[in-house]
Design a protein. Structure first.
Length: 214
């Protein structure tokens, strides 16, 4: 081949390549209406709103948990207070002892273990109330006398054992106030009695009267 012709062909090819490089392809068309920059004001506010909503949910869940915990704690405390009140009430409850009598008798007979407990409690009590009772069915003078005599007999028994007489109050009732069937011998025996109520604390009326007036 003729060298000059070869040079001419190479030159033409090189010029074609250079022409192609000087005109790069156009980029694809972009729909500008669909563009949403991340930093526009609306996007920022939306993100802030989402964060606030998430924080509010977290706070609501935490508040709910705290409320449930607080409710459970209060319920536990209330139960403990009720238990303590019941224990205190039981500890402060008055003790009642009963002395029974034979028919038409005022003789005091108390078993030794019970007598020791009765005397110890009565010595420590601020008030001891005695209530004399009979198995009578009418308020006769005879029934009244024996009911009173039984209460006085128990009073003398306690005083002799060392109980302060100023702390003892004695009452009596001629008839009624039965604790058992008065138509049976056993029932009548249970009705012939003196109830001894040993107070753990003075009644409110007694406390008020015992308070010195300034």
């Amino acid at each position: 081949m003729n060298p000059p012709l070869v040079r001419i062909a190479l030159t033409a090819a090189l010029i074609g390549l250079l022409s192609a490089c000087s005109s790069p392809p156009k980029p694809p068309n972009v729909d500008e209406s669909q563009k949403r920059p991340a930093n526009v004001q609306m996007a920022v506010e939306l993100q802030v709103c989402k964060n606030d909503l998430q924080n509010s949910r977290i706070l609501a869940n935490e508040s709910s948990r705290l409320a449930e915990t607080t409710a459970a704690t209060l319920a536990h405390m209330a139960a403990r207070q009720q238990l303590l009140a019941a224990v205190k009430e039981k500890a402060m409850a008055n003790r009642v002892h009963t002395v029974h009598f034979a028919f038409n008798s005022t003789r005091v007979s108390i078993p030794t273990p019970e007598a020791a407990t009765l005397v110890d409690e009565s010595k420590a009590a601020p008030l001891v109330v005695l209530r004399g009772r009979t198995d009578g069915i009418s308020d006769s003078s005879a029934e009244s006398r024996i009911a009173q005599a039984r209460a006085n007999a128990v009073r003398d028994y306690l005083v002799a054992a060392g109980v302060d007489p100023t702390r003892i109050r004695a009452t009596h009732q001629p008839s009624g106030d039965h604790v058992a069937d008065n138509h049976s011998p056993l029932g009548r025996h249970l009705n012939r009695r003196v109830e001894i109520e040993v107070y753990r604390a003075l009644p409110m009326s007694k406390q008020a009267s015992a308070t010195p007036q300034l």
